[in-house]
Ligand binder design. Structure first.
Ligand code: SAM
Length: 265
């Protein structure tokens, strides 16, 4: 992978930056919410699973290694796909995980292609209704859609909202748990279940819980270049202003069986 210039590092979005630092878990619920997502997904050996917006491939690798699924790990960003390829190879699961280029707004897969579809922290970057409709479309009747999203745990101050949505993650859209239920219900999913919790990915406790034995390598890489240190020094105080209000929500729904009417209430 080519070394980025200092200007390129400065221009990275926070998630791409964390991937460049070697972070493996890059979504607001952290490893704990992925553990729960995988539990609720109940993927069986041989099932076809799409992990869209797969980032560096961490959840896709777990689906292959721990659940013997056949996984398509797809992402719009070349930088993420390159790192996902490297991690999939290192994990020894290349026979089960295909890394592909795909856009959640217009997935290049036929209707009903997957038994389960996973999207951890992806729909928020685009038109959420369109993305949710695409997730439902490529899921087979009776299959599951599982997503992790940001939410506000309590109403943010104007400053916290502006810093997070205006500076840290410009263009990102999210609001309450209820709103996510409405969006996924509107996509035709039924039996929608949610679980939410605090945003801990950037706290010391969350970082260590997510990265485990890999944490020292991420810290060492952060300190290895002034451009990384500068970017982190810009990011952390801004994140700190929003974190008291931020949470994650895990949304799980089922596509109705063929011939049954969706219940969108
Ligand atoms: C917050 S990161 C989450 C990465 C990974 N799912 C995880 O939980 O570690 C968001 C990911 O979504 C990808 N992404 C953003 N917009 C996308 C789109 N329109 N289609 C597919 N992937 C997208 C980004 O490149 C990035 O890898």
């Amino acid at each position: 992978m080519p070394t980025l210039t200092a200007e390129q590092v400065q221009g990275l979005d926070p998630y791409a930056f964390l991937a460049v630092l070697g972070k493996r878990v890059i979504h607001p619920g952290g490893r704990a919410s992925t553990d729960r997502l995988l539990e609720l997904a109940a993927v069986r050996p041989g099932e076809r699973v799409l992990d869209i917006g797969c980032g560096v491939g961490t959840t896709a690798i777990r689906l292959a290694r721990d659940h013997q699924a056949h996984v398509v790990a797809a992402d719009i960003a070349e930088l993420m796909r390159e790192r996902a390829e490297t991690n999939v190879t290192a994990a020894g699961v290349t026979a089960q995980v295909r890394v592909e280029d795909a856009d959640i707004r217009s997935l290049p897969y036929p209707d009903g292609s997957f038994d389960a579809v996973v999207a951890e922290a992806v729909t928020m970057f685009v038109s959420r209704r369109r993305a949710a409709a695409e997730l439902a479309r490529v899921t087979r009747p009776g299959g599951r859609v599982l997503a992790t999203e940001f939410c506000w745990r309590r109403p943010p101050t104007e400053e916290a909202r502006e810093v997070f949505l205006g500076q840290v993650c410009p263009g990102m859209r999210f609001d309450s748990v209820e709103e996510w239920v409405e969006i996924y219900g509107g996509a035709g999913l039924v039996d929608i279940h949610t679980e939410s919790g605090p945003f801990e990915m950037m706290s010391a406790r969350g970082f260590l819980a997510d990265e485990r034995s890999h944490a020292p390598a991420v810290m060492a890489r952060t300190l290895s270049r002034p451009a990384y240190v500068r970017k982190m020094a810009w990011l952390m105080p801004r994140m700190a202003r929003a974190i008291p209000y931020l949470g994650y929500v895990l949304v799980v729904g089922r596509k109705p069986d063929a011939g049954t009417e969706p219940n969108t209430t």
